[in-house]
Design a protein around this ligand. Structure first.
Ligand code: AMP
Length: 400
């Protein structure tokens, strides 16, 4: 009999992902995604016992309708009584939240206040929380923050070279994101090494549509490439990553961009998409390189990989020792081409890939892809939902 299942909710601006997980075994009982919320073409896909069903939903199809649909689905399949809690992915927890937190009105208020640091994320995350509270008023709701794992960074890693009062009075500092993913794959690397996480020092590269690199020293995040917002760091699918801040003034003063246009340019029109003028999707760029020897696609990939390699190499300054490099995320888990180009720039760190292993470890597989004489390099599929389910359950079980 199923007991203590956790419903994990990850609410985005136009999508809502859910998983029903047995936290102790990690078994996924059901999972799905509602996409194109608030548009005329909304639908919900649910994967249950090997069957995948996609249902179009009537307009208006908002987050509450999506949650109600999920609740009805769980009811129909007798999956409501086994629920022990709902775990929510929350993007920005500021400096207040470094651990999973039971959501009450005070917590909701401070998540709302933190929206000024994450205007694109926290308000929609809260919509998911409210919808789930309405659907399950008797279940504990737990927030697991993307920023939490990075709260261990030393001060020197998170203060910008700006007047200090901007940090003190306005909270302008590096926070970092993808924390749940970096934590999960770092811990898995420790397991593969057979060492306690608290003695494991790795660099984790989460490469998906958003990309970030983290230095984990003895189990703690000590530096990470994203900053106050997820815009900082390496080149991503549509985000520029680091650039000379002077470019922003040039755009505004010389090219008459409005602040909103600059924001759209840097967040939505840059990165792989902007450089290639083709796609933000790594697969499309790879195909253009392999099938058409497209020069721009090749340059795009070179820039993407070089910037990642440069960040990885710079994190040698953050670590007390180095146990290896981990690739994760849609690109990190699947693209042998990206991994090869990154590692080719890291020969001074003594990382060499085993070509066969590099090609074979993909599509959800986990494993070592480096040669016997190299520093370790692994591919480890991320599983943020599992961490959210585990941490949610630990919190509520500990409180019982
Ligand atoms: P994520 O945000 O983690 O879902 O990752 C999305 C990115 O992963 C997109 O750029 C995809 O093109 C990329 N991706 C997914 N599968 C593959 C693959 N087989 N080869 C290369 N890139 C992939």
């Amino acid at each position: 009999m199923i007991k203590n299942a956790v419903l994990v909710i990850n609410c985005g601006s136009s999508s809502l992902k859910f998983s029903l997980i047995e936290p102790t075994s990690g078994n996924i009982l059901a999972a799905g995604v509602a996409e194109r919320l608030l548009s005329k073409h909304g639908f919900i896909k649910i994967n249950y016992q090997g069957n995948k069903e996609s249902t179009p939903l009537a307009v208006p199809f908002d987050h509450q309708v999506a949650v109600n649909f999920i609740v009805e689905f769980l009811r129909q399949h007798d999956l409501v009584d086994c629920l022990s809690a709902v775990g929510h992915r929350l993007v920005h927890g500021g400096e207040e939240y470094s651990t999973p937190t039971l959501i009450d009105d005070v917590v909701k208020y401070s998540i709302k206040k933190l929206s000024k640091l994450a205007p694109l994320h926290n308000p929609v995350n809260l919509i998911g929380v409210n919808a789930a509270q309405q659907a399950f008023p008797h279940l504990p709701q737990v927030a697991v923050f993307d920023t939490a794992f990075h709260q261990s960074m030393p001060t020197k890693a998170y203060i910008y070279g700006l007047p200090y009062n901007l940090y003190k009075d306005h909270g302008i500092r590096r926070y970092g994101f993808h924390g749940t993913s970096h934590y999960y794959v770092g811990k898995q690397a420790a397991k593969l090494l057979g060492k306690p996480f608290a003695q494991t020092s790795v660099i984790t590269a989460h490469l998906g549509n958003g990309c970030s690199i983290t230095a984990i020293d003895n189990g703690k995040s000590v530096d990470t490439s994203m900053g106050l917002t997820p815009l900082e760091g390496v080149v991503m699918g549509t985000r520029s990553g680091d650039l000379d801040p002077g470019i922003i003034f040039h755009l505004i003063e010389q090219l008459n961009y409005t602040p909103e246009q600059v924001s759209n340019l840097l967040n939505k029109d840059s990165g792989l998409l902007g450089i290639s003028e083709m796609s933000n999707d790594c697969r499309t760029i790879e195909e253009a390189i392999i099938n058409e020897q497209d020069q721009r696609a090749n340059l795009t990939m070179d820039i993407f990989c070089y910037r990642i390699a440069k960040t990885i190499a710079s994190y040698m300054a953050s670590l007390s020792h180095f146990d290896g490099l981990v690739f994760t995320g849609g690109i990190g888990e699947n693209s042998d081409l990206v991994r090869t180009r990154i590692v080719n720039s890291l020969h001074l760190l003594n990382i060499q890939l085993d070509e066969t292993q590099n090609i074979e470890v993909r599509f959800g597989k986990s494993g070592l892809i480096s040669t016997a004489t190299s520093q370790n390099c692994w591919v480890i599929p991320t599983n943020e939902e599992q961490v959210i389910a585990e941490q949610t359950y630990q919190l509520i079980a500990g409180g019982k």
